[in-house]
Write a protein that binds this ligand. Structure first.
Ligand code: ADP
Ligand code: ADP
Ligand code: ZN
Length: 217
């Protein structure tokens, strides 16, 4: 089963992703993580994505769509996936749903994490991210057990360049201008479960796992 994890930047997608992927037995595919890995490795894709990411803009659809459909044909993802951060435009959504349909695949669940803008700003400004595995932390709400060290892999936990105040504002504007319009498309073509993402991390986790169990059963 393919699952779409949807929501604005800072909604808690990365925080909830590992538990969902484990429960549904599918790989977690985060387009943001893929771009950041390419940035670190200095690939052509990383160089292309950097400018857009630094400005809080979206990487062009053609680049992202090819990247995702290619990833979805890898052996670990042919039976299903958890898509985090994709689709982010109406074109990405239509293309993904058409592509999955053509492959005989179905979107088993869309989890829509709903969080108020003022909460998003506080979350993004306090976010810290593992420089190696992408695990997401927060200085107040979810600090790593040892300051600056990732619980999952032991690598350094840092602040993402695009979590600076100006870039956060640009990313939220991008979400409202281009990504919010994806929701009506998803509602038309799949079953969307709206989750109150303003709740504490454990409450959100229980709610999203209940959706996965219902879709799986
Ligand atoms: P967040 O976790 O804050 O929502 P991501 O890590 O998902 O952010 O994305 C970081 C950046 O990577 C985005 O601001 C954008 O520049 C780029 N990006 C990620 N996913 C997409 C996508 N589906 N389409 C276009 N650009 C994307
Ligand atoms: P996204 O992947 O949707 O951009 P993240 O999962 O990275 O969002 O979460 C953004 C920030 O908010 C992180 O610092 C994370 O620790 C924190 N966070 C996530 N979910 C919650 C929650 N339910 N309550 C409080 N803080 C949260
Ligand atoms: Zn890590």
């Amino acid at each position: 089963m393919d699952i779409i994890l949807f929501g604005p930047p800072g909604a808690g997608k990365g925080t909830q992703a590992a538990a969902i992927a484990e429960r549904a037995r599918v790989p977690h595919i985060s387009t943001g993580d893929i771009f950041r890995k390419n940035l670190r490795e200095g690939t052509e894709l990383g160089k292309l994505a950097k400018g857009y990411m630094d400005r809080g803009e979206l990487v062009p659809d053609s680049v992202v769509c090819d990247l995702v459909t290619d990833r979805l044909t890898h052996a670990d993802a042919v039976a299903g996936s958890l898509l985090d951060g994709f689709p982010r435009t109406v074109m990405q959504a239509e293309l993904l749903l058409d592509w999955l349909e053509a492959q005989g695949r179905t979107v088993g669940a869309v989890i829509n994490l709903q969080v108020d803008d003022d909460v998003l700003v506080r979350r993004l400004s306090g976010r810290r991210t593992c420089s190696a595995c992408g695990a997401s932390y927060h200085v107040d709400h979810n600090p790593p057990s040892v300051a600056g060290v990732c619980d999952e892999c032991g690598s350094a936990v840092v602040q993402r360049a695009d979590d600076s105040e100006e870039t956060v504002a640009a990313r939220l504007a991008t979400y409202h201008d281009q990504t919010a319009a994806v929701l009506p498309v998803l509602r038309r073509r799949a079953t969307v479960s709206d989750i109150d993402g303003n709740q504490a991390i454990d409450r959100v986790k229980a709610a999203v796992l209940a959706v996965i169990d219902a879709a799986d059963g």
